[in-house]
Write a protein that binds this ligand. Structure first.
Ligand code: NAD
Length: 462
């Protein structure tokens, strides 16, 4: 049992309540969806200070990062959906053949029903509200399960959602691992999960019971190739920004760098310079440097760093009480290193040296496919070679993270980094069933009569 907006209700009671609301078709009209999206926008606008405060409590997230990567991301996506929803909802006319020439052949986007959205702690607001935009736009009812690890944001979402959105259609359920397991024992019409690969396996197992369709937004080790000539200062600035944004706790942060020994030697002073320019000389006191989400996550990162055979050449300082780890760079790392066995998801950047680009590409292709992949070079041939000879959820050259800010691009993984995608129209598509419809007329009965028995070979070539 847990508290929803109204009273003590069991999971199954809440789901039944939402299902009953869905069955009244209240979520179907364009106007209802637009009203809910507008209310979500108002939630963001009227509570910005509280949201910033909650994100600061959870991750010491700097205000700039909170606004850029959580509040504005959601605001932009809501506005994009509101501006385009009427067009998205129109039936899509498809090509016909001779046998269906006089029929209305369309794809209709229809909601699944009651969907479950489970979020992770690193962008705790965005990872719940961005999928919700798609769920609302597509006409679904939704249960939202924010991460219990980012407690302040979880609590704030549970307070704000019922104040702004229809309580009959959208509900926040709070709880930890056991509660989520119990919640997953129920039937949903779609499950949208953001989090780790290991938990994703449990999600798939739970979904298998009812054959529930799932979207999995997972992580992985995002490689960053740095090859050929390039402006090292600019490259270092972009790399440092992408890596240490949210103190490295981003699913699309560069996980490790691949380059030649010569490039590494030029890159290291440029990284030091960028770090000092961004955060000064006392990084721990800098308000633009966040914190690791919990002591447990801090210990895990420090353990990984401790087991590494590599050499720390930048950073390495840490304080358990403050859950602080300095932006850190480690060299002399190979594929067998402790830092290369799982996604780092923190401010530690290993640099692996490879003789040439081919060796680096082979290294990446021998591993699980990443959520993102970056290639830095002045030479467009190098960028194209990396792009065409690798596979990943998304790709960006000469920068990191920025590809995921465009609502026109699908965001999602491939292989172990996830299945399905969202953002912008892609969220609407993810939460819509594409119903294939032929609205047939009674015309041309004589033309179609060849198909009826008794069959004749003469009619096969018709
Ligand atoms: P987490 O621990 O917050 O877990 C995510 C959600 O799963 C939470 O709501 C949690 O309550 C629930 N959960 C945890 N264990 C569970 C279990 N055994 N059964 C059912 N539910 C359970 O977050 P995390 O998993 O540590 O997230 C970090 C991972 O998420 C990283 O791998 C990161 O790359 C990935 N991530 C991916 C994206 C993306 O958009 N692709 C975005 C952010 C994070």
């Amino acid at each position: 049992m847990y508290v929803t907006c109204k009273k003590m209700e069991s999971h199954s009671e809440v789901i039944a309540r939402l299902r009953a609301a869905f069955c009244t078709r209240v979520t179907i009209p364009l106007q209802f969806r637009l009203t809910q999206l507008k209310a979500l926008l108002a939630l963001m606008e009227e509570n910005e200070a509280q949201i910033v405060e909650a994100l600061h409590k959870d991750l010491a997230k700097p205000k700039f990062e909170a606004v850029l990567s959580e509040i504005d991301m959601v605001r932009n996506d809501v506005c994009y959906a509101m501006n385009n929803l009427k067009t998205w909802m129109e039936p899509e006319y498809v090509a016909t053949n001779l046998a269906t020439k006089f029929d209305d052949c369309t794809i209709r986007r229809e909601p699944f029903g009651v969907v479950l959205i489970i979020g992770a702690w690193n962008y705790p607001l965005q990872l719940i509200l961005l999928p919700l935009v798609g769920a609302i736009a597509a006409g679904n009812c939704a249960i939202l399960k924010p991460s219990e690890i980012s407690q302040a944001t979880e609590k704030l979402l549970a307070e704000l959602i019922p104040k702004y959105l229809s309580q009959e259609c959208y509900v926040v359920i709070r709880g930890g691992v056991e509660d989520t397991r119990m919640l997953l024992e129920n039937r949903f019409d779609h499950i949208f999960y953001t989090g780790s690969q290991s938990v994703a396996r449990s999600i798939l197992q739970a979904a298998a019971v009812y054959l529930t369709p799932v979207t999995l937004e997972l992580g992985g080790k995002t490689p960053c190739f740095i090859y050929g000539r390039l402006d090292m200062k600019t490259a270092a600035k972009r790399l440092v920004w992408a890596k240490y944004f949210n103190l490295g706790q981003s699913c699309v942060a560069p996980d490790y760098v691949l380059c030649t020994a010569e490039t590494r030697d030029a890159l290291l002073p440029a990284i030091r310079e960028a770090l000092e320019a961004f955060y000064g000389t006392d990084l721990q006191q800098c308000p633009d440097v966040g914190r690791i989400v919990t002591e447990k996550h801090w210990s895990h990162l420090m353990d990984m760093l401790g087991k590494s055979k590599g050499k720390v050449v930048i950073g390495g300082e840490s304080t358990r009480e403050e859950k602080y780890i300095a932006p850190t760079v480690v060299v002399d790392v190979d594929g067998t290193d402790a830092l290369m066995q799982e996604e780092i998801f923190g401010p530690i950047l290993p640099i692996l040296t490879m003789e040439n680009l081919e060796e680096a590409i082979d290294f990446v292709n021998a591993r699980e496919k990443a959520l993102a992949l970056y290639a830095f070079s002045d030479d467009p041939k190098i960028v194209t070679t990396v792009l065409e000879n690798t596979s990943s959820g998304g790709f960006c050259s000469n920068d990191g993270i920025v590809h995921m800010t465009l609502p026109s691009l699908p965001f999602g993984g491939i292989g172990a980094s996830g299945m399905g995608c969202y953002h912008g129209r892609w969220s609407y598509e993810t939460f819509s069933h594409k119903r294939a419809c032929v609205l047939r007329s009674w015309a041309l009965e004589r033309v179609g009569a060849f198909r009826y028995p008794p069959y004749s070979d003469a009619n096969l070539g018709w």
